[in-house]
Write a protein that binds this ligand. Structure first.
Ligand code: CA
Length: 414
């Protein structure tokens, strides 16, 4: 049973016949799932003082509801976004609609959620408790094209209240870079590059940003279609990087002075950590195997020499693999029950991979099969439920209301 799901080869024109799966896009980054099974930082700890209707107020426990002017009552949702106990939903509920190529979600300590739009370079905010989405600011210097643009977002939830800084992964004119954005008053202030020189291409730009449980910033990059980057440890392409908040190599990295944490990647668009600290990464395969990997520092994940489970010495095999028409995985997160959740673009589904207490994986389960089209990101929202971001406005079939951010009921995700 090598593959997670032995779904046969892509029959000729299967679904949406997107070419080159890997090309799909970058990843979104869900700012949240890093910590553990319950939605790091934001919502989970909040007590449930918040009732239902009063959305405009920040239910989430802390800090001011920075600039969230909206006071719309979240009529449809039934619960405000950051109640401590998981909000009881009986069916999926839209948290936002009408977005343009949304790419990543980051949960702020006040219970609001920031969402990046790849091509417009806008960051939008879903207010705590729901309500109308507002534009927070435009990320400077974004040169959107192909799979590039404004990609991942992240915040360090441990320090955000005192030092509100947003981290963004952007495709600029000549490279991919990570920038910091001062968020005083909930609006964009100074924008400062902290990593430059990540290879840029029309495809495979990577783009996920997340803070790990060690509070360092992890950055996923793509090989931009130039496969030589992956096995070249001096290139920032085709890697997972681990850096300080100023973009320097983090202490304890496996190669002295280097930002590289792991290598031999093609295009990683999803990272997350289990409660016990185990790090996971999703990865687009070329045309054979998409991968779910367990990441260990300094390890080589094989691209372009091998794809999927190859059993070749010197390379770390994925723990699960999918045919590319079944997955083409972007963002991943850890669900409330500890499973790895993986947003699939071409596969148009949310894959749930159970994780045992020893870190081993169980048989993947395919959720939401086709129901929302292509999925770009998944994270635990401030209400403790799993949230997904769709990706139908850049490819695929646009449905009324696309693209959207959707809150999922516990009955669906576990
Ligand atoms: Ca691999």
């Amino acid at each position: 049973m090598p593959g997670a799901n032995p779904q046969p080869h892509a029959t000729s024109l299967s679904r949406r016949a997107v070419l080159g799966v890997g090309a799909l896009g970058a990843l979104a980054l869900a700012g949240c799932t890093s910590g553990s099974g319950s939605g790091s930082g934001s919502g989970s700890g909040a007590d449930s003082a918040a009732g239902t209707a009063t959305s405009g107020t920040s239910a989430a426990g802390s800090s001011s509801a920075t600039g969230s002017t909206t006071s719309a009552t979240s009529a449809t949702s039934g619960t405000s976004a950051s109640t401590g106990a998981r909000a009881a939903l009986s069916a999926p509920v839209d948290a936002a609609t009408g977005l343009r190529v949304p790419w990543s979600g980051a949960v702020l300590p006040d219970g609001s959620v920031l969402v990046s739009e790849r091509d417009t370079a806008l960051v939008k905010r879903i207010p705590a408790g729901g309500g109308a989405v507002e534009t927070v600011g435009t990320v400077q210097g974004v040169d959107a094209g192909g799979e590039g643009g404004l990609l991942g977002l992240a915040v360090d939830t441990a320090t955000y209240a005192s030092t509100p800084v947003l981290y963004a992964y952007v495709t600029a004119g000549s490279d991919n870079r990570v920038v910091t954005i001062a968020m005083g008053g909930g609006r964009f202030g100074a924008q400062t590059p902290i990593i430059t020189g990540i290879p840029k291409g029309n495809i495979h730009n990577g783009g996920r940003l997340k803070f790990g449980p060690d509070r360092f910033l992890y950055v996923t990059t793509g090989e931009t279609g130039r496969t030589g980057n992956s096995q070249n440890r001096d290139s920032l392409g085709g890697k997972i990087l681990r850096v300080t908040t100023s973009g320097e190599a983090a202490p304890g990295n496996p190669f002295p002075g280097s930002r590289v944490w792991s290598w031999g990647h093609r295009n990683v668009q999803g990272i997350a950590w289990s409660a016990g600290g185990q790090m996971w990464a999703s990865e687009f395969g070329q045309d054979t195997w998409d991968e779910l990997n367990v990441i260990t520092p300094g390890s080589n994940y094989g691209w372009p020499t091998v794809e999927g489970m190859a059993g070749q010495s010197g390379f770390i095999d994925p723990v699960r693999q999918w045919h590319t028409d079944e997955a083409s995985p972007s963002g991943i997160g850890i669900g409330p029950d500890g499973a790895v959740l993986m947003a699939a673009l071409r596969g148009q589904a949310l894959w749930k991979v159970p994780v045992g207490s020893d870190g081993s994986t169980g048989e993947p389960e395919k959720l939401l099969d086709g129901e929302y089209g292509r999925l770009r990101d998944v994270f635990v929202g401030p209400d403790g439920n799993v949230w997904i971001i769709t990706n139908n406005t850049s490819r695929g079939q646009v449905r009324d209301g696309d693209d959207r951010v959707v809150r999922l009921p516990q009955s669906l995700t576990g």
